[in-house]
Design a protein around this ligand. Structure first.
Ligand code: BMA
Length: 384
């Protein structure tokens, strides 16, 4: 009896360890050492706190447009950089000099290197143009079937993917290593605004596009520094979240985007209502994400959020931190600090900046023990 019990215990210990070993590996079995290290360190770090991320952080701010890569609106407020930096490759498909928001790709490359050298994390999204109409990513004319094998834009799309791969290949740190990247293609998949979104592609088409892209970058081109992210927009149910999931073999991290919105010129009541709605949505979203991530052994992240112009001076702690503190997520990223938009005649920014009314609250967010910035993560040696 005792021996039988012992054997059972050993058996379960082995099984648990095997599944633990699997959990700590990215889907790319040939992932570089730095990429594998980052993946397992992200998993460990999520238990300690949530990293703060900001899109285009080093490239420009609300009140400044060009930079040598040292300035950052976040740094101006807390004297520390974000831990995670987001970049977008929109227009790399044409091998353009600048991305869709006008940042030269040479600069993006330099910023990515700087972040890696400092010990932070880079994530890349791709607002790729519509391959059929050559309109923007927001031109939701059906196009997914056209780029799949057999489709009439297949050849074009192969070139577009090749251009993505060629850029990623050039991303190297001062140590000469390929820089690991959290790659988040075809994001907000359950929204109807992008050509890969739910109004423009069937579930099967979306899944095929995702798999095909991963296979192409990983196996055909042989890139081994990518950690692949699945990303939806806000959602209500676990079924909705999982509907277009391409499968555990194609995804390393699971995430969603969810912004707070309010009416223009909101009253105090409008603000209160929009905050309540946001808090409820993200609490529901994060708890579904948490269960999904655990069940699939993937790392969860809150890939995009924000409240345009941060029109609530306590937003950082009362809307965001107060909810995310209850979950173990890898990072939360707020979108870009563009500043004034001439065409739309409005301000477009989601991060803090020096002098903004929410800055004192951002300092409280920074000081919270469970938020992680560059100084915290640099100590963790994420790539070692
Ligand atoms: C959107 C807006 C756009 C921008 C795009 C890609 O959310 O910020 O102005 O072009 O992201 O960065």
């Amino acid at each position: 009896m005792k021996i039988k019990n012992l054997l059972i215990t050993v058996f379960f210990a082995v099984i648990t360890n095997l599944s633990f070993a699997q959990k700590n590996e990215p889907i790319d079995h040939k992932a570089t050492l730095e990429t594998r290290n980052l993946y397992s360190n992200l998993q460990k770090l999520a238990a300690k706190g949530v990293m703060f991320g900001h899109q285009d952080d080093l490239a420009y701010g609300v009140e400044w447009k060009t930079s040598d890569g040292k300035r950052s609106d976040v740094y101006d407020v807390v004297k520390d950089y974000p831990a995670v930096f987001g970049w977008d490759l929109g227009k790399i498909e044409y091998n353009a000099d600048k991305n869709l928001d006008g940042i030269p790709f040479d600069k993006i490359r330099a910023y990515i290197k700087q972040v890696y050298d400092m010990g932070g994390v880079n994530t890349i999204s791709w607002h790729v143009d519509n391959p059929v109409t050559k309109g923007s990513a927001w031109d939701n004319t059906s196009a997914v079937s056209a780029v799949l094998p057999g489709g009439k834009e297949f050849e074009t799309y192969q070139k577009w993917l090749k251009n993505v791969a060629n850029f990623i290949k050039t991303l190297k740190g001062s140590d000469g290593k390929q820089i690991p990247i959290l790659f988040r293609p075809y994001h907000e998949l359950n929204g109807g605004w992008f050509w890969w979104g739910k109004d423009s592609a069937t579930k099967e088409e979306y899944m095929e596009l995702f798999k095909y892209t991963v296979n192409y970058l990983k196996d055909t081109v042989g890139l081994h520094n990518l950690i692949y992210m699945y990303n939806t927009n806000s959602f209500q149910t676990a079924e909705e979240y999982a509907e277009r999931y391409p499968g555990d073999k194609y995804v390393d991290m699971v995430s969603f985007d969810n912004y707070q919105f309010s009416k223009p010129n909101p009253t105090q009541t409008d603000l209160k209502d929009s905050k309540e709605k946001f808090r409820k949505q993200i609490r529901n979203g994060l708890s579904i994400l948490d269960s999904f991530a655990k069940a699939h052994h993937k790392i969860p992240a809150f890939a995009e959020t924000g409240f345009e112009t941060v029109a609530d001076k306590d937003w950082w702690t009362s809307a965001l931190l107060d909810v995310i503190k209850d979950f173990k997520i890898s990072y939360v990223l707020v979108w870009r600090n563009h500043g004034w938009m001439e065409k739309e005649k409005k301000f477009h920014y989601f991060g803090p900046y020096s002098g903004h009314p929410s800055s004192p609250d951002f300092i409280r967010f920074y000081q919270a023990p469970n938020t992680l910035f560059m100084k915290d993560v640099a100590k963790q040696n994420l790539y070692k």
